[in-house]
Design a protein around this ligand. Structure first.
Ligand code: ADP
Length: 247
């Protein structure tokens, strides 16, 4: 059974640091607006992306040679090397029929060169490809600064929305995934899950907090030493968003 209690489709969009540096956020929001896409904005937050969030978000790309530059790109280190206070992305949830494919159509192909050739009216046609050299000295793509992230499939959208947003970051009529009320405390400290506070720990969930059901199932499994569909970091990272300054 899909984890939906409502047929509304949702998708995650990130306005990446290169778009913010180019002051394109307003333009991108206009292009994504309801009058252009028929989709409604369901949630938004400005996030200083931690290493942990970058690694969880792009977990399927961890083994790629370009992963270190991708991580530095999404955390804002590339575009704001000396001004950490400017390192941000804008995370957005859009909601409505065929949200994933409608947003991907407006965003365009991954590679801005391809976007300029094949889909010049898309957002990524405004992006840049940064070349580098591999260990053998051959010219390869080092970074694709394509301004916007958009979920690729409905399953990815669900994973990504639950990674970046708590249920109550999203307006209640647009809750699309099963939620449950928590009945105990969960704390996080250096990659460990605790059930009571220790100095330096962060409270992830407390009694009566609303959580994604899949997150709570994962925490219960981790506590019991059972295999879990989502890693502890995959659950914890959204509760740590904007909680401390990254080094
Ligand atoms: P998309 O963002 O279109 O879903 P992917 O999930 O494949 O594409 O890649 C995620 C991000 O990683 C891309 O948006 C781009 O910024 C970067 N990327 C993808 N492929 C490469 C590559 N070959 N070299 C450098 N960066 C890449």
């Amino acid at each position: 059974m899909p984890d939906h209690n409502d047929p509304l489709d949702q998708t995650l969009v990130l306005i990446k640091p290169d778009a913010l540096k180019l002051s394109l956020a307003g333009y991108i929001l206009s292009i994504l607006s309801e009058s252009h896409t028929s989709l409604r904005l369901a949630g938004t937050k400005v996030v200083q992306v931690s290493h942990m969030l970058a690694e969880e978000h792009y977990s399927d790309l961890r083994d790629k040679p370009f992963f270190p530059s991708l991580r530095d790109y999404i955390t804002g280190r590339i575009h704001y090397p000396t001004t950490p206070q400017r390192r941000r992305v804008v995370a957005l949830v859009y909601c409505g029929a065929d949200a994933v494919s409608r947003i991907r159509a407006v965003v365009g192909p991954t590679n801005p060169h391809k976007a300029r050739d094949d889909a010049p009216n898309t957002l990524r046609a405004l992006g840049t490809v940064v070349m580098g050299r591999d260990a053998q000295g051959r010219e390869v793509i080092d970074r694709i600064d394509n301004l916007v992230h958009a979920s690729a499939t409905p399953a990815e959208a669900e994973r990504e929305i639950k990674l970046w947003f708590r249920p109550n970051d999203i307006v209640p009529p647009m809750w699309n995934y099963r939620t449950v009320q928590c009945d105990m405390h969960y704390y996080y400290l250096n990659g460990r899950l605790l059930t009571s506070h220790q100095p330096g720990s962060t409270c992830l969930l407390a009694p009566q907090d609303l959580a994604w059901a899949t997150d709570l199932e994962a925490l219960q499994a981790i506590l019991a030493g059972r295999p879990s569909a989502i890693s502890l970091n995959g659950v914890a990272v959204k509760y740590l968003i904007n909680s401390h300054q990254e080094a």
